[in-house]
Write a protein that binds this ligand. Structure first.
Ligand code: 8X3
Length: 259
């Protein structure tokens, strides 16, 4: 079995967006444990500062930087802090609503496109020079199984996640020959504290129904584990796309529930 690679000095920094909770927070913890100096970004400063302290206290290295990924000027300003970085994990994003195409709110579609797609574009564009300068860079795009198939009520989110998939696939084509990998991780049903709650605008009952009867949805740690595994493969190994679902989920619309 291939041993996990340890980052070189020039590629030791890993930037994680949406690091205030869920998959982002779990990924920050695991990359820190794998030897990266993690830079946590999210809008909620208090949360990422607390997580950075926790990671430091565990003997690893972290810094927190409050950032809205949709604010290009702020992203550009953030990027000036880095000459070289090893890893960018584009995790920030999320879903809003489950309305059908016929009645979906265009503003929800815009918001999802902005946070998931333009946010990923902003960070990737701003940090690509530093990733390339490291001589060993990795861009991770945390998309979704929603980026690979649709389902009723999901179109706004599905469209945004398909766009993220296209961004990753196109970037990989465009920068081949440069020392930067592009990895897409596409998780299916993951039970986190916020994803479903945000989608249903705080309606706890509807949010909980998504996971009803599902024995073991994926956890944030399960997904962070796949991200960390892909990132710590030797530099010449590019995991283009990794789809990960719970065993109880065979497709976006086929879920085994014990009710
Ligand atoms: C989350 C998966 O099924 O809610 O990205 O679209 S799903």
């Amino acid at each position: 079995m291939t041993a996990p690679a340890t980052p070189s000095a020039a590629s030791r920094i890993a930037v994680v967006t949406g690091a205030s909770s869920g998959i982002g927070a779990a990924t920050a913890r695991q990359l820190a444990a794998a030897g990266y100096r993690v830079v946590l970004t999210a809008r909620r400063k208090d949360r990422i500062e607390a997580l950075a302290e926790e990671i430091d206290a565990a003997g690893h290295s972290a810094a927190a930087y409050a950032l809205d990924v949709t604010d290009r000027a702020a992203v550009d300003e953030f990027a000036t802090a880095f000459r070289t970085i090893g890893v960018l994990v584009n995790n920030a994003g999320g879903a809003l609503g489950t309305d059908p195409v016929a009645t979906g709110d265009p503003q929800d579609w815009r918001t999802m496109y902005e946070t998931n797609v333009i946010g990923t574009l902003n960070l990737t564009q701003a940090l690509l020079p530093a990733l390339t300068a490291s001589g060993d860079g990795t861009v991770v795009v945390v998309s979704s199984t929603a980026g690979h198939g649709t389902y009723e009520g999901g179109a706004g989110y599905v469209a945004a996640k398909h766009a993220e998939h296209v961004l990753a696939e196109t970037l990989r084509l465009e920068i081949v020959g440069q020392p930067v990998r592009v990895i897409e991780i596409a998780p299916g049903m993951v039970k986190t504290e916020e994803f479903s709650l945000t989608r249903f605008r705080g309606d706890e009952e509807r949010a909980a129904k998504v996971y009803e009867g599902v024995a073991e949805p994926l956890s944030a740690d399960d997904v962070a584990d796949t991200i960390t595994w892909a990132v710590t493969r030797p530099s010449h190994v590019n995991v283009d796309l990794l789809v990960v679902r719970p065993r109880a989920q065979a497709s976006n619309t086929k879920v085994h529930r014990e009710l």
